[in-house]
Design a protein around this ligand. Structure first.
Ligand code: AVJ
Ligand code: FE
Length: 452
């Protein structure tokens, strides 16, 4: 028996499984009628009913079959919900479960899972179950798809359906006197983790990375700052764009972030979950691709942070030399720390959440918008795929940039300062923004900066 700790973990897991399912249901069955659930809202996305049954099928495969050794409920549908077999644009033409069938299937899987959870032991040395790993993986998987479903909602045309859209934006008193940048001194820090019971394989193993001193923006780049970039002709000036970025810029014809709309008066509006509203200047810019982030940073005389710089700024505590789980410490994310978990359907103003500051003073490293980094997605030294290659390893070396920190849509269980996300550099339907960095001046921060 795994004692009181095991009992606490089982209770927490049951609660988190339930939170995830309530969220999926709110984004599908409660939000939209059958036609809209089956429809393809964008070639970039699955029909929502695919995500819904995929989440149940993943749970069946990992918790019913792999972890508990139970009998398969619907082995016949595995092939429909295999993300590698079926590109997103083609899923609409598969013989998918109907919304009702998907809901019933998910409920049957969940009943088996809760039954198995009663008997699960987390200290038996079985790698899949150790510390609750595979349950945590499945909980995070559902939340990741819930964020994906929110991106589908954002792309969808038609009447707004999500509750909370018209609520006034909260004003957690952004610190307008905050410094524009903070300094991170030269030296080593621990990147990644060996023992976080929620960490994916790509966050492991912990390893030391030694960095020169650098400066990083205190908060993410705002809509106002991006408007300055636009007003200065940034989208038309090849000096700021990398060759691949300029190719994207000219081929796509894009000259503003996705979902921005030019007002007849010359100002800017944005479409958010079906609602058109004035563009809020103080919010982090959202729905930019990697190339736009890269060009803006160069125009500003800066660059994007590397992934290692981002993680060091987010969690390295120079007072102890240790790396924290979250910027503010090891405590689980609470509403005062960060804008996570779809409490709002938007980013909070840049400069908010002083209680969530990192040791270096950077704000909002978790929540609000995913932040593009300059780094390609690869495995850390000593990487070992676990428990399956298709979560991360098959993407290593592909055309993917790492994003860090989670967005307003990311559930608190599905992000931490070690969490790594990745996407193609042209993608803009995700809740993506950025902050800039630059080498420290030669006379500050210890060992001088240099090329990388
Ligand atoms: C880690 C967010 C890139 O959504 O493609 C979902 C997560 N993996 N199902 C994705 C994932 C399998 C993945 N990302
Ligand atoms: Fe998935």
């Amino acid at each position: 028996a795994d004692g009181a700790a095991g009992e606490r973990l089982r209770t927490r897991i049951a609660a988190e499984l339930d939170h995830g399912r309530r969220r999926s249901v709110a984004l599908t069955l409660e939000a939209l009628d059958e036609d809209e659930l089956l429809a393809q809202h964008s070639p970039l996305m699955s029909p929502l009913v695919w995500d819904l049954a995929h989440v149940g099928n993943y749970e069946e495969q990992w918790l019913v079959r792999a972890a508990a050794g139970g009998e398969a409920l619907r082995p016949d549908i595995d092939v429909l919900y295999d993300a590698f077999e079926n590109p997103r644009a083609e899923r609409v033409s598969l013989p998918l479960l109907t919304p009702r069938e998907a809901r019933d299937y998910n409920a049957r899987v969940r009943a088996r899972v809760l039954d198995a959870l009663e008997r699960a032991r987390f200290d038996s040395g079985a790698p899949l179950l150790d510390g609750g790993f595979v349950y945590h993986m499945v909980i995070q998987h559902e939340h990741q798809h819930d964020e994906t479903m929110l991106a589908t909602h954002q792309l969808r045309r038609g009447r707004p359906v999500l509750p909370g859209l018209t609520a006034p934006p909260p004003r957690p008193a952004p610190d307008t006197r905050r410094p524009a940048e903070v300094l991170v001194e030269a030296g080593p820090f621990t990147m990644g983790t060996d023992d976080d019971p929620w960490a994916y394989d790509n966050e492991r193993p912990a390893h030391t990375v030694d960095l020169p001193a650098f400066r990083i923006d205190t908060a993410a780049v705002t809509n106002a700052a991006h408007l300055d970039f636009i007003a200065d002709g940034g989208y038309d000036d090849p000096r700021w764009w990398s060759p691949r970025g300029w190719e994207w810029r000219t081929r796509s014809g894009k000259r503003a972030p996705a979902f921005w709309i030019r007002d007849t008066g010359g100002g800017w509006l944005r479409r958010r979950m079906g609602r058109v509203e004035p563009l809020p200047p103080e919010e982090p810019v959202q729905h930019v691709c990697y190339y736009e982030a890269e060009a803006h940073a160069r125009w500003a005389g800066k660059r994007l942070p590397t992934e290692a710089e981002w993680e060091k700024a987010a969690r390295h505590d120079p007072a102890t030399g240790a790396s924290r789980r979250h910027p503010w410490g090891d405590a689980d994310p609470a509403p005062r720390h960060a804008n996570l978990g779809q409490r709002l359907l938007r980013p909070a103003p840049a400069g908010a959440f002083p209680d969530g500051a990192a040791p270096c003073g950077a704000l909002q490293m978790l929540g609000d918008v995913w932040e593009w980094t300059a780094t390609d997605f690869t495995g850390y030294p000593g990487f070992a795929a676990f428990p399956y290659r298709e979560y991360s390893e098959v993407f290593f070396g592909g055309d993917y940039k790492v994003l860090r920190g989670g967005s307003w849509a990311t559930h608190p269980t599905a992000v931490r300062a070690t969490f790594r996300n990745w996407d193609h550099p042209i993608r803009r339907q995700i809740f993506s923004g950025f902050r800039c960095a630059r080498d420290a001046d030669p006379d500050e921060g210890g060992r001088r900066g240099g090329g990388r």
